[in-house]
Ligand binder design. Structure first.
Ligand SMILES: *Cc1c(COP(=O)(O)O)cnc(C)c1O
Length: 390
């Protein structure tokens, strides 16, 4: 979600908060990465062919419980490589939810394929199964699902339609490290999962990403494509390798990922407990038993008020009020919009009223482990005040 230059409203000064430091800026504490990088430098092998990259891939496959993990230089590269390996190219189509941010859908264009924007179910990030059915064609080569903001998505009905049609599902779990859906980790539910380790993600290596899959043949094709075909000259490829120092950082930080996620969930619970039960804001719903990773805590306008004529105005007012206290939701901060509203995707526009409503009426809040007690209290107080019906 690094698509637009951020428009960051000035936060209001608050006792106990550092006004110069935006609340959502998180710097992970040192966990030995420097030692790791020192060892790599001493060894002298810094490229993507170094042994540490293989060790990182092995650790990722073990953590996620899949047969294969392939480390690459970004989440975007992971998506491009998987789509390419599934024979997505000119004259083919890829289904993508209209709620997807630009980096989810851009790799479809990179492949020269046609994105097919599909609406979500009302109030949900899940693909609408009827809309999926209606958008299938003989050219459909893949469908992308997306646990946006790290929220578990109940895509089972849409997946049933896709499975019946023989269309493979690619999960863009780029923000969803540790999100649990139906007792499985996001990124392991489809034919392949793509994750990012960009600085803002729960596992961060600066830039980076990886592909997860149980399909050995697909894994081999992704591996060959991202490694210049291993220079055998029989298949086309690109150089998307992850450099050794970044793999070393990832390997070290992976050990702390569960603790990091536990602290995010604790912070989210704190903020949710501050919301009044009969207020106008509530958490974006997810199925009982599924767990978000709290990449962001996402609030939405309570559906009881959604039928009112003023919903759009109310959503805009909530977004503006949050922005004015230094808590801009993604619609303000990154100018997050559903795909049909983006210039690049206008040629593929279809009516997606549910996605448009969801995008305008969701509010993302920071819940990272670096938030101080004062910061949590501040956010809790602001959302409680905003949620209280006048
Ligand atoms: C971050 C992100 C990407 C792209 O990952 P990069 O590593 O920045 O290329 C793709 N999709 C989603 C949902 C993301 O959050």
């Amino acid at each position: 979600m690094t698509d637009d230059p951020p428009t960051r409203p000035e936060p209001q000064p608050e006792p106990g908060l550092d006004a110069a430091r935006p609340l959502d800026r998180y710097t992970p504490p040192a966990c030995g990465e420097l030692d790791e990088i020192g060892a790599i430098l001493a060894d002298g092998r810094l490229s993507g062919g170094a042994p540490v990259v293989a060790a990182y891939q092995h650790a990722l496959a073990t953590y996620f419980g899949v047969r294969r993990a392939i480390a690459v230089n970004s989440g975007s590269s992971a998506l491009h490589a998987v789509l390419h390996a599934l024979d997505v190219g000119p004259e083919t189509e890829v289904i993508v939810p209209a709620t997807a941010p630009l980096p989810t859908a851009m790799p479809i264009l990179t492949c020269g394929a046609t994105p097919v924007l599909v609406d979500t179910r009302p109030g949900s990030l899940a693909l609408d199964p009827a809309a999926v059915e209606a958008s299938l064609s003989p050219r459909t080569r893949a469908a992308i699902t997306l646990p946006l903001w790290g929220y578990p998505v109940d895509n089972e009905p849409a997946e049933a339609v896709l499975t019946k049609a023989g269309v493979p599902v690619v999960e863009d779990a780029c923000q969803a490290h540790g999100t649990r859906v139906r007792d499985r980790l996001a990124g392991t539910l489809g034919r392949a999962g793509c994750l990012s380790t960009h600085d803002r993600k729960p596992l961060a290596t600066g830039e980076g990403g990886f592909v997860l899959t149980d399909d050995e043949d697909l894994a081999d094709r992704v591996d060959h494509f991202t490694h210049l075909g291993h220079l055998r000259g029989d298949v086309r490829g690109v150089n998307y390798k992850l450099a050794a120092p970044l793999a070393a950082i990832g390997l070290r930080r992976l050990r702390g990922l569960d603790d990091h996620l536990r602290r995010r969930r604790a912070a989210a619970d704190r903020l949710l407990a501050a919301l009044p039960a009969d207020g106008r804001l509530r958490e974006l719903p997810h199925r009982v038993g599924d767990t978000p990773n709290y990449y962001s805590l996402v609030l939405t306008i309570d559906p009881d008020t959604e039928t009112g004529p003023d919903t759009r105005a109310e959503a805009a007012a909530v977004a503006a009020a949050l922005a004015s206290v230094g808590l801009p939701p993604d619609s303000v901060r990154y100018r997050y919009r559903p795909l049909p509203q983006r210039t690049l995707f206008r040629p593929y526009r279809t009516p997606c009223p549910n996605a448009e409503r969801l995008a305008a009426g969701t509010f993302q809040l920071p819940v990272h482990p670096g938030m101080s007690e004062a910061a949590l209290r501040f956010v809790a107080g602001r959302i409680a005040a905003l949620a209280t019906r006048k």
